[in-house]
Design a protein around this ligand. Structure first.
Ligand SMILES: [Zn+2]
Length: 474
């Protein structure tokens, strides 16, 4: 029987990876992420599918694939697809497992929609990250990966926990005829893995998202070495998010440049916009704050995330949130979970907007483009705004950027852009693929698949969504 890889998302788009591997009747998904490209055709950040229709809206709009036996019964029932009271209408489970490469939304979020009897394999840090974010967010059918409440919600129902099986680097595990060996890689969130997968018809390498130019590029080198060992892989599913970039700034470039900028900025506030999930970037700004005699002010969500990760993995080197170079910003309006009050009372390094006014030159304030309304209270008259995330890659991102610019102009803030990508450049990818040297490369997670056959001398197969690749005789 042939071994087959089918693609239901994540080919000609950045993210939304949903790759189905079938071998001798065993079926596993490699990632089951949210497709921003498909979703943003119909929704923006604030609009979402109607809960009353379960997964009906997502199916109707082609945001998720219409496959039998994979989705939650409660959401199918709301969509009118099955009557949960009549057993005869029920679909049998058609997938044996999902293996997650990392915790980013475009790889993990739509696991939320899957049946709870499908086990989900993930790195132990990925589990910590997902649980920490879930604790801070309101329930949402598109983000309840580790546990969920059946819809419509009945207050007497206990949440249903998914069957999560965690792994560490090089812990091989078998799902029937398929053996998966996850090996750590470096990316812009901790706990990322590439997968080395042995099937009855050959070896498949799944890159996940990776880079070699980050602080922990040696993790990716371990994966590449391991993937090149023993036998020539038959197929490599290789990300190409940034294949069109020749080379990149490293994290230490970001540190050097931003430290220089902060030390030049006197008598005013410095803001830093970065993803709070990116521990490397947090560490960069934490070090800069410490070395320039400022405090890094973070929000409660970031503080809780740091606490959870520090506990899960002390080797990440995360400082205590009560560290003298860290402060926690308390906004006037408490937006998140109800026990926030208790959290603020427990910590002594809490800063309000009026505390900040008196000590502008002693702070770096981490900021998100969704909390710019805090500037109304903070009321800076001038300052530096370090934009330390990727540049907008779609129209929606450009609209957000224009909005951010108007906020900054209103409060006299001057912005600079300084970032190190979570994804490998074209040169890094060419070196990775040359070392692994698979028989066939399938470009995934990219809008630039045409560059693959130019940069790689290996055979490149461009696949269209909904199609598949057979391993036997591929
Ligand atoms: Zn990612």
């Amino acid at each position: 029987m042939t071994t087959k890889v089918s693609f239901y998302g994540g080919l000609d788009e950045i993210g939304g990876n949903k790759i189905l591997l079938e071998d001798k009747g065993t079926r596993i998904f490699l990632d089951f992420g949210k497709s921003f490209a498909k979703r943003s055709k119909y929704y923006d950040f604030f609009t979402k599918p109607r809960l009353v229709n379960g997964i009906g809206d997502l199916l109707e709009l082609g945001i998720i694939p219409d496959l039998k036996g994979i989705y939650r019964k409660d959401l199918l029932s709301l969509a009118g697809r099955t009557n949960s009271k009549e057993k005869k209408d029920e679909e049998d489970r058609s997938v044996d497992a999902v293996v997650l490469s990392h915790a980013h939304s475009d790889h993990a979020d739509h696991v939320s929609l899957l049946r709870e009897d499908i086990p989900v394999y993930m790195g132990w840090i990925t589990k910590t990250i997902l649980e920490s974010i879930e604790d801070e967010r309101n329930s949402d059918i598109e983000f309840e990966i580790t546990r969920f409440k059946k819809r419509p919600i009945n207050s007497k129902d206990e949440p249903i926990s998914r069957e999560i099986r965690t792994f560490k680097t090089s812990d091989s595990f078998a799902i029937d005829s398929i053996t998966v060996k996850p090996v750590h890689v470096d990316h812009s969130i901790p706990g990322c893995y590439g997968l080395i997968i042995d099937t009855s018809e050959g070896r498949i390498i799944y890159s996940g998202d990776l880079r070699t130019h980050g602080n922990k590029g040696n993790l990716t080198k371990d994966f590449v070495e391991e993937a090149a060992k023993e036998r020539k892989p038959d197929l490599m599913l290789c990300e190409g998010t940034r294949i069109n970039e020749a080379a990149y700034h490293t994290e230490s470039d970001v540190y050097d440049s931003c430290k220089f900028l902060v030390s030049q900025t006197r008598a005013c506030l410095v803001f830093a916009e970065y993803s709070y999930k990116d521990i490397d970037r947090f560490t960069t700004f934490y070090k800069i704050a410490k070395e320039t005699n400022r405090k890094l002010l973070i929000g409660i969500r970031a503080a809780r995330y740091l606490q959870a990760l520090k506990l899960a993995d002390p080797s990440l080197g995360i400082p205590e949130i009560d560290d003298e170079s860290i402060g926690i910003y308390r906004p006037r309006e408490l937006k998140c979970a109800p026990d926030n009050k208790e959290f603020y009372e427990k910590h002594s390094n809490i800063w309000t907007f009026s505390d900040m006014k008196a000590k502008e030159s002693q702070l770096i304030v981490s900021m998100s483009s969704y909390s710019l309304d805090e500037l109304i209270d903070i009321e800076p008259s001038k300052g530096l705004y370090i934009h330390s995330t990727s540049e907008p890659f779609n129209e929606e991102g450009e609209i957000d950027e224009q909005r951010t610019k108007r906020w900054l102009a209103k409060y006299g803030l001057k912005s600079v852009h300084c970032h190190c990508s979570g994804h490998a450049s074209g040169i890094e990818l060419a070196k990775i693929v040359n070392t692994i040297d698979p028989k066939i490369v399938v470009p995934i997670h990219t809008e630039q698949h045409d560059l693959f056959p130019i940069l790689f001398h290996q055979r490149v197969a461009i696949v269209k969504e909904g199609n598949h690749v057979n391993l036997m005789g591929a």
